[in-house]
Design a protein around this ligand. Sequence first.
Ligand SMILES: [Zn+2]
Length: 280
Amino acid sequence: MLLYAIISPQEPGETLAKRKIIDFHQHLHSLVDAEKLRAIGEKFGVVKTVLLGMPESRRPGNNKLVLTAVKLNPDFFIPFAGFDFRTMTSQDILAFKDQGFWGIKFIAPLLPYNDSRYLPIYQQAARLKMVCFFHLGIVANSPAWRDCDSSLMRPIYLDHIARNFPELTIIGAHFGNPWSDEAAMACRWNPNLFFDFSGSLLKYRPAKYLSNLLWWKPNSPYHSPDNTSPWQKIVFGSDVVPEEVSDVINDYEKLFQTLRLPQKWQAFVWWKNAAKILNL
Ligand SMILES: [Zn+2]
């Protein structure tokens, strides 16, 4: 209700059901949750959801669960495979492609993401045209992630990967939280690098903080190499349980309203950027 109240003054003709959203950041705990995501999506205008699988050694069977959910809902879910840095090599990227995954989700590296020993993995993904999605920044301190070193997942490492592989499409999660200044500058300089605002970012970073970081403008002396708006580099991602997806939609909405972001750029964040990345 609150959400509708916020939207309606600016765009009287638009309703929640009509607005299109692509959720680029979801995980799956059960097939029951898959049904819930679908139902919630219909209610709030989410037309596609990317399911990011988890590494086998962290959450056994999760990649399989993702594929099953996609088989049951092929028009709604898009599968990304959780890469396991403990056990996998570039050969596994090929296997994931054969299994039907569209992209790869990376988390918990044992070396910095841009270590030269990892580059063949990204090269393989680029060759197979698989989108690479990276967890960035701090990781929740829960049993499966107790050994994780968050400093190996700083956003600036994606700058190095993005410029090494300009043909590879890369998405960084959580705007690099807490290192969003690194994320923003890497975003400006690399046309193939995108970010989502999921996680706690929108709960504690003021709108002004984010607009200060996304400062460059097309057709100005400090434009990006491809002369795009920073809002053409941000995607919607929820990364919460189905019941809380609408709360994250509300947070993005509040951000846009506070910044008085033109509808044109809002549409890019809600779905156009994701549609372009996924070739929809
Ligand atoms: Zn996540």
